[in-house]
Design a binder for this molecule. Structure first.
Ligand code: BG6
Length: 469
């Protein structure tokens, strides 16, 4: 990768929630590590001034960065500029051009509603703000396959693909990057990593929180568009792609696209949607909303390696815990050497992707004593409390130097939309579920096999019982 650093950062939507919760704390960490030394120009249409922006940054850091170093806070504040104006008004972008001064290679970060992307890039282009620039686009990237294609076309009118950075913050997570590292830095995995040894794969993204005040956003999104089309399919792609020649640049993204293209579009008969009781009372939610806050589905990859292996994915709000986990279940030994004393659980690999991080191997050993009976053990390959660096910190620093590897490429987002597109419209109404439960009762019916869903626990797996049913 040829490194070419940006010489300014422009943050559209600087007064918004994403900037407040995620981007400002990430900028602080980048300033602390001396990665961010260029001007940061905030843009919004709030009628604010620089002083108000400074106060907002200070408040964000007070809330999200306990023990922030006052000297670093001052360093970050000294980098701030502010341009106020309407995104529909060309004058806003002319003002931005002057605020950028000598900068020739700005990074434009669009932390604005997707409906504003097209108008912002159009104005950037017409006011001389796209030459030598890069653009970071937040998810959701489009609303379906057709709108994602239209958005790609729109961006390509003003930016080459190498200058477009489509955010999926899961790609910046240490634990998600570790999937790739663990798969290809070790040779012991390769012989079993295929249809001959893997019987099924489950990916669960459970959140105990609800929609956290984002009713209006969620009504247009739902669980499938919000997290399955992007975060969960990215996890599946990293679990299943063929070895890239290099873990960086286009080689990795090429392999992701190949496996996503080999994935069958979803069959509505293998999808179950749910909505937690009380969702319709949330602010911004329609009283008769049919938007799903939970979805579970089966996915099939028609490739040499994965043909016949079901991938079960589910994501939901207001579930019992917040945890993202992958369980790769291996086939049982070919003969039952220990008869009724043989293990009940199959071997498995468990990747805990958040909030804490772990890679564990489920195995069986003999229980001490005269009987040839066993016990289940879990061997931890890696374990840590949480992420060292927030995903936004990782991704913004990559965008500043032009490293696209952990961003979604044009064909990648389109391939992912192609998979979910058949179930985005006209689906059956979601089944209701109680808050704090594992979704609608019939979610178990989706899974073929003896063990059912493997529910992650708050800290450890919580599913040995469900396997014995
Ligand atoms: C976002 C979704 O992309 O990811 C949210 O819009 C979700 O609905 C969030 O809560 C989860 O991210 P994380 O990093 O907390 O797992």
């Amino acid at each position: 990768m040829e490194r070419r650093d940006c010489d300014a950062m422009v943050l559209f939507g600087v007064t918004g929630d994403l900037a407040y919760r995620k981007i400002m704390p990430a900028l602080y960490q980048l300033a602390r590590r001396n990665v961010l030394t260029v001007p940061v120009v905030g843009v919004a249409r709030q009628g604010w001034n620089l002083q108000q922006l400074t106060a907002r940054v200070a408040e964000s850091l007070k809330t999200f960065v306990p023990n922030a170093d006052p000297a670093v806070v001052q360093r970050l504040i000294a980098l701030l500029r502010y341009v106020d104006g309407d995104y529909n008004d060309r004058a806003t972008f002319q003002a931005l051009r002057s605020a950028l001064g000598e900068a020739q290679r700005p990074l434009h970060y669009l932390a604005v509603p997707p409906s504003m992307f097209a108008v912002v890039v159009q104005h950037l282009s017409e006011t001389g703000n796209t030459q030598g620039a890069r653009v970071v686009v937040e998810k959701p990237f489009g609303h379906d396959l057709a709108s994602a294609r239209a958005l790609n076309e729109c961006l390509h009118r003003h930016f080459p693909e190498a200058s477009i950075f489509r955010i999926d913050h899961y790609l910046g997570k240490e634990a998600v990057q570790n999937l790739l590292y663990f798969r290809f830095a070790n040779s012991f995995l390769e012989p079993v990593w295929n249809r001959n040894f893997v019987s099924s794969v489950q990916v669960t993204m459970a959140e105990s929180i609800g929609i956290a005040g984002r009713g209006r956003f969620y009504e247009e999104t739902g669980a499938i568009r919000d997290v399955i089309q992007n975060h969960l399919l990215q996890i599946v792609a990293l679990l299943t792609l063929e070895p890239p020649t290099l873990a960086e640049g286009e080689a990795l993204r090429d392999e992701k696209v190949k496996v996503l293209r080999a994935t069958r579009p979803l069959d509505p008969r293998e999808l179950l949607r749910g909505q937690y009781r009380g969702y319709r009372d949330e602010e911004g939610v329609a009283a008769d909303s049919t938007v799903e806050t939970y979805a579970a589905l089966a996915l099939h990859i028609d490739s040499w390696r994965w043909s016949g292996v079901p991938f079960y994915l589910r994501a939901g709000k207001r579930l019992p815990v917040t945890a993202t986990e992958v369980v790769v279940e291996l086939r049982r030994p070919p003969a039952d050497v220990f008869g009724s004393h043989g293990p009940e659980l199959p071997n498995y690999l468990r990747f805990r992707l958040g909030p804490d991080v772990a890679i564990a191997l489920g195995a069986h050993t003999k229980r001490p004593g005269p009987v040839m009976a066993g016990r289940d053990v879990e061997l931890f390959v890696a374990q840590q409390q949480g992420e060292d660096m927030d995903a936004y910190e990782v991704l913004i620093s990559a965008a500043l130097i032009g490293d696209t590897a952990h961003f979604a490429r044009e064909d990648e987002v389109e391939a992912a939309w192609r998979i979910v597109d058949p179930v985005l419209r006209g689906a059956a109404p979601p089944g209701e579920y109680q808050q704090g439960t594992w979704g609608p009762a019939n979610a178990e019916d989706l899974i073929k096999g003896p063990c059912g869903w493997h529910n992650p626990g708050a800290h450890a797996p919580d599913w040995t019982r469900s396997c014995a049913r």
